[in-house]
Design a protein around this ligand. Structure first.
Ligand SMILES: [Zn+2]
Length: 306
């Protein structure tokens, strides 16, 4: 009886100790064998993917499975390939500095291809930046979607829509990745968000709003905030007409912006990348009232320090 009581106390203590180290609720399952309490599972989501295997030595996963860790993968980056499926496979799977973890083809019954294991770096992001993080190849998973990209028509870019089955595949895959790595909604981004001066993908035809509303994927503003900020907007008045204030707001959300205080070419490209993501109906690189209001609404929702 005394032993059982001690075991109970020990199990309770373990629960308290393990819970203290993390803000997340952690379930501790225990098993009692001959007066010894074994932790069978600290967190149902916790698992080992790769580990050393040494002939002649035992490497145990059971003794001290630590909860003091987080995932290396922090970002999910969306792309389109520009090329058709066979060419995309050739480019992404050959030896060289271009690859991606996943590839979604343009045929409805094709499988979703995994080209690079999730625990390895793929080379899809290039020189990149998001909210203080650089070289996002180190910390991201990349999804490439077969889509021809854009055509130039009278100086404007006309993008090709994604197919319905591609959108559904992207949604299912993204949701699964986001859940497994607990990726922050603001870290689900496009290539043009993290490299706005040189990249256009996945472009304004990518259904960011639908992914958010239908599948709870990524970040999106609340309409009530957008209209509230819009009602405050006074044209030709500081801070609404200030390039510096706009650049600071873009930087606060995540973009790499040089705080030049001018409506220069780079700032225009970054605003256009922002619009492709959050106001695809009109992506002209102009910091108009609606763009300003959406940016403020996003910063209020995701970037305000509480
Ligand atoms: Zn890309």
């Amino acid at each position: 009886m005394r032993d059982t009581f001690q075991l109970f106390i020990l199990a309770a203590l373990l629960l308290v100790l393990v819970s203290c180290g993390s803000q997340k609720k952690i379930t501790v399952n225990t098993k009692v064998v001959h007066d010894t309490v074994y932790i069978t599972d600290v967190n149902p989501k916790y698992h080992f993917v790769t580990e050393a295997s040494l002939p002649g030595y035992v490497i145990s996963k059971q003794n001290f499975p630590s909860v003091a860790s987080n995932y290396r993968v922090k970002f999910l980056v969306m792309h389109y390939t520009v090329s058709d499926y066979p060419t995309s496979v050739k480019i992404l799977a050959r030896k060289g500095q271009v690859s991606s973890h996943y590839l979604i083809s343009d045929k409805p019954n094709d499988s979703i291809d995994i080209l690079v294991s999730e625990d390895r770096r793929a080379w899809h992001a290039g020189v990149s930046y998001w909210k203080g993080a650089e070289n996002l190849n180190d910390t991201s998973i990349g999804i490439e979607i077969v889509n021809p990209g854009y055509k130039k028509v009278n100086d404007s870019l006309v993008f090709t829509p994604f197919t319905e089955f591609q959108i559904r595949k992207v949604a299912a895959l993204a949701k699964n990745i986001i859940d497994r790595y607990e990726i922050d909604p603001v870290n689900v981004i496009g290539h043009s968000d993290i490299a706005p001066l040189r990249k256009q993908d996945p472009g304004p035809a990518f259904p960011w709003k639908r992914l958010y509303t239908q599948y709870q994927i990524g970040a999106w503003y609340d309409d009530i905030d957008k209209y509230s900020f819009l009602s405050q907007y006074i044209p030709d008045t500081y801070p609404y007409n200030s390039p510096l204030e706009f650049q600071k707001a873009l930087e606060k959300f995540g973009y790499k912006v040089e705080l030049t205080g001018n409506w220069d070419k780079n700032t225009t490209l970054i605003i256009r990348a922002f619009q492709w993501h959050f106001r695809p109906e009109k992506a002209d690189g102009v910091a108009d009232a609606e763009t300003w209001a959406i940016l403020q609404a996003l910063n209020k929702k995701y970037r305000s320090t509480k």
